[in-house]
Design a protein around this ligand. Sequence first.
Ligand code: HEM
Length: 409
Amino acid sequence: MGRAPKWILRSATSMAPRKTTMSMPDINVPRRLLLGSTAAAAAGGLLTGFGTGSLRAAGAQEPQAVSTPGYRPFYGRYQSGIIDAQQEHAVFAGWDLSWREGSRKDQLRSLLQMITDDASRLTSGRGVLADTEAEMAQIPSELTITVGVGQSLLEVIGQGKIGTMPAFAGDQLDERYGQTDLLIQFCSQDPTVLQHAVRAVSKNLRTLTRRRFVQSGFIRAKPGQEAFRNLFGQLDGINNPKDQAREQAVFDDSWVGNGTTLALRRFDMDLDRWDEVDVSGRDFALGRRQADGSPLSGQSVDDPVDLAAVNGLGLPSIAANAHVALAKPAHAAQSIHRRGYNFVDAGRSGLLFASYQADPQASFIPVQHRLAAADALNTWLTAVGSALYAILPGIEEGMYLGEQLIGLP
Ligand code: HEM
């Protein structure tokens, strides 16, 4: 996309090269297995009985090549769970770190090493160390574990800048779903496997962190399709960038080579008031038909969203304040890849909006400002959670997540 915002900090030595090959980044550090290293454990002063075996790759190195049914690769240029097909169940869990005396960078390294070990095991069908229910990990059902950090941890690392999520018009934020230091997105086709993975990772993090939220979500898409029905009944996820355009939107000119960012917003839906809206009112508010997802400017779901199209009365087919009219990227740099999930939790229902984008300041944030100001769907939506995360670059076997930024002890 050729944009390089000034606020992005890069380190000439530790950042990966731009995306020209599929090889792993040259970070000029020895490729030794960190996990099981007593030096690493001692540096953090936090870990005992830490891994002794090597990390086993769950699948191929290429991010989208899922060669073994039921397994998604843990190692690769990018982390899994971002541009690969969306699984049916997800948990987004957020933690704040409980710092101890000593170097915060060392503590963070130890934490990321432990998460890397846990995630590589779980995604390849093994329990974590001292797992009391390792049987539950045996069929990972496309489990992915995707790790991100907030700006607060980038400050500890001393590299990278993504900023924080600004306030948007109409937000009624609940701190329980707010910004945390650490975020892990767990996704699987099997909710039981998923819950075990969340619990296994959480148990190991318990002494080092305080968990703020666990937000569970679900979707069901027709085989071979990406769009799912959200709880308004709409087909959601139709106009996501595809293939190379997706990869570009998510990874090109990111805060770090092969990393990206995650915008996570929790929207309550007022389904009782939505019930009162008739079909044409619903379609008008979205700009697409609930029945088949087709845009009001066309007949079929694959027709383009044409904001210049007019109806028989000479009026715009898609209203200026319809959701898709305001959400449509004004230019390529505003493209985002949405990967959200429905939620039903303690009597409340809605959407865990999740989008991946290289540069949130150029894409997600202006689009969200437009929507917050005027989206016709706002009548039935309330944003109650909001956070922004730096998603770490992918790694190869023997590395730990974040190693490109933090390095070895
Ligand atoms: C609960 C909140 C939301 C609901 C229910 C919702 C629902 C939808 C639906 C049904 C579509 C049309 C189908 C599709 O192309 O996927 C759509 C499109 C879209 N939405 Fe949302 N959305 C929500 C929040 C957001 C937010 C917060 C953003 C970004 C800040 C966003 C960005 C987009 C984009 C970029 C499109 C595609 C527009 C185009 O056609 O180019 N949406 N959304």
